[in-house]
Each structure stands twice: as structure tokens, then as C-alpha cells.
Design a protein around this ligand. Structure first.
Ligand code: SAM
Length: 286
């Protein structure tokens, strides 16, 4: 008998992958956690029945959420990482010798423990001495931070369940306050393609714009996320993600990245017309 994993990508669309075996299934205080072994995507982590990472395509997401801001300001020293329990963003951040401190605020310790056991290639950065793990709600944590971080990365679940608070006005306002003068906020920004995701993306953009003078959106192709077309938000107090790109300095670091490069960086901010229209609609209304 064949085993298949199926996820709803919209009310009328499903995405399926063949499964060799289920490696882990458990329930934390916050969510259901599963790890599957699949022939095409390797090991796959799902939370509440939604794919978070797969061994095959996680490099795309983690390259884009970490290296884009780091190439705009290679002098980033203090980083706040919210969510990110699989460890992929940490793995990329600890490659920068200039980073002095990473505070990671993950609501669910069980996600970190499961990923350390079942996704060791993704979770390989957790032993770095610059990393400080805080197991609490990111929404609450940022309330008490001021002028402290050069970079905040919001690597969260979708805007429902425990991740809901990380898409609110209160959260974005507190992120602004927590950032230094050259601070950058990057977040996973949902997909523009299916109606429900597009609405979540527009809502997030509208709320971020209300606080940050620079608020841009960039894209990547992530095969296992709904529609495969995924967006990230780049917001800052002044730095422009394209004009201020430090391509030469970033390239001189000699970091090998399988997806990210500095030409792609510039292209990622060139959006399809329908996505520009969705964002312009928010800008007109806001
Ligand atoms: N790459 C993934 C994606 O977009 O599908 C996200 C990966 S990561 C596993 C998301 C993490 O955010 C989860 O481990 C979850 O526990 C955490 N999370 C959700 N809500 C949170 C909150 N309010 N504060 C801190 N972490 C939160």
C-alpha cells in the first residue's frame, strides 16, 4: 500500500507527495508536529498539517530570509530571530563572523528538540555560542526591546494559531522600536497567488508600511509552499534593499549559497505586474 501526504493549498487545490514512512508524530502545547521521510523531498517537517521545511527545498527559503538583509548591511552585529524552530535560519546566520549575538525567540521548544533529532542538517547551527534561545512568544518578547537589534527576522508559521500575533500592528510597531537606526525587518510574507494567502500578504504589507519608511517585497520560488511563489517583506528605517546592496563586500565574504547570489538579489525585488497591483492597492487604501 502506498502512503501519501496531502495538504490543502487552497479550498479547491491540494498538493501531495509520496511518503516512505512517518518518522515522528507528536503534539505540543501549541501544535501538532510531524516528520515524514519522502522519496522526492527527503525529510519533511509539518506543523498542524502544513509543510514548514523539506530537506530538498529549505535552502531556498533560508538563503532568501537571511542573506538578502545581510548583503544590504554586512555590519549587522545583533540579530533577533523570531520563530525559526527548525534551525535553518540560524545555520545561515552563524556563517557570518561579524554577527556577535543572535537572540532566537521560539514559542515551542518541542519543534527545536524534534528538529535537532530528525533534521540534523537543518538544525546544525544550534550549538553556536553566539546563539541565545528564548522559549516564549515573540509578540511578548519584542514589547520590552528598544534600539537593540540591527536585524529582526520573522520566520514564523502562517497568520493563524500561535503565529497570528506576529502579523499584528502591535508586533510591527514594537519591531520598529526594537531596531537600531540602520535596522532591517525581514519576514515571511505569504504568497500572492491564492486569494486567501494574497489577502494575508496585503494585510501584512499594509501594517508594516504604517511604521517603516522603507517597505518592499521580494520573491522566491519554493516548490512545496502554496503555488510555489513565495514572498518576503523587507522593511527598514532608511536602507534601500537594492540601492544599498553591498554586492562587493558580500561577495568578498566568500560564502557559498546554492540559491542566493547578488544578481538574484536585485532581480528578486522586480515583481510581476499582478503582485505590484496587489501592493499598490494596499498603498492607495493606506
Ligand atoms: N519556514 C517556515 C514556513 O514559513 O513555513 C516557518 C518555519 S519555523 C518552523 C516557524 C516557527 O514559528 C514554528 O516553530 C513555531 O513554533 C514558531 N512560532 C509560531 N508562533 C510563534 C510566536 N508567536 N512566537 C515565537 N515563535 C512562534
Amino acid at each position: 500500500m502506498e502512503l501519501w501526504y496531502t495538504e490543502n493549498h487552497s479550498k479547491d487545490v491540494q498538493f501531495s507527495m509520496k511518503v516512505d514512512r512517518q518518522l515522528y508524530s507528536g503534539k505540543s502545547h501549541f501544535q501538532r508536529i510531524d516528520v515524514l521521510e519522502t522519496p522526492e523531498f527527503g525529510r519533511v517537517l509539518t506543523l498542524d498539517g502544513f509543510i514548514m521545511v523539506t530537506e530538498k527545498d529549505e535552502f531556498i527559503y533560508h538563503d532568501m530570509i537571511v542573506h538578502v538583509p545581510m548583503a544590504v548591511n554586512p555590519d549587522i552585529r545583533r540579530v533577533l530571530l523570531i520563530g525559526a524552530g527548525d534551525g535553518g535560519a540560524v545555520r545561515e546566520l552563524v556563517r557570518y563572523p561579524g554577527i556577535e549575538q543572535i537572540d532566537m525567540v521560539e514559542i515551542d521548544q518541542m519543534v527545536v528538540d524534534v528538529c535537532k533529532s530528525y533534521l540534523p542538517k537543518v538544525a546544525s547551527g544550534f550549538g553556536d555560542p553566539r546563539l541565545h534561545l528564548h522559549f516564549e512568544d515573540g509578540l511578548r518578547y519584542v514589547r520590552f526591546q528598544e534600539n537593540r537589534y540591527d536585524l529582526i527576522i520573522v520566520d514564523s508559521t502562517d497568520p493563524f494559531g500561535p503565529g497570528e500575533g506576529l502579523f499584528t500592528k502591535e508586533f510591527y510597531g514594537n519591531c520598529y522600536k526594537a531596531l537600531t537606526e540602520k535596522g532591517i525587518l525581514v519576514n515571511q510574507h505569504e504568497s500572492p497567488f491564492y486569494a486567501q494567502d494574497a489577502q494575508a500578504m496585503q494585510r501584512a504589507h499594509s501594517r508594516i508600511r504604517a511604521f517603516f519608511p522603507v517597505s518592499r517585497v521580494y520573491q522566491a520560488h519554493i516548490p512545496t509552499y502554496p503555488s510555489g511563489h513565495w514572498l518576503f517583506g523587507f522593511a527598514s528605517k532608511g536602507l534601500d534593499p537594492v540601492k544599498d546592496l553591498q554586492a562587493q563586500r558580500w561577495n568578498s565574504l566568500g560564502l557559498y549559497t546554492r540559491y542566493y547570489n547578488t544578481e538574484l538579489h536585485q532581480g528578486a525585488f522586480a515583481l510581476p505586474t499582478y503582485v505590484k497591483e496587489l501592493l499598490e492597492q494596499v498603498q492607495r487604501e493606506g
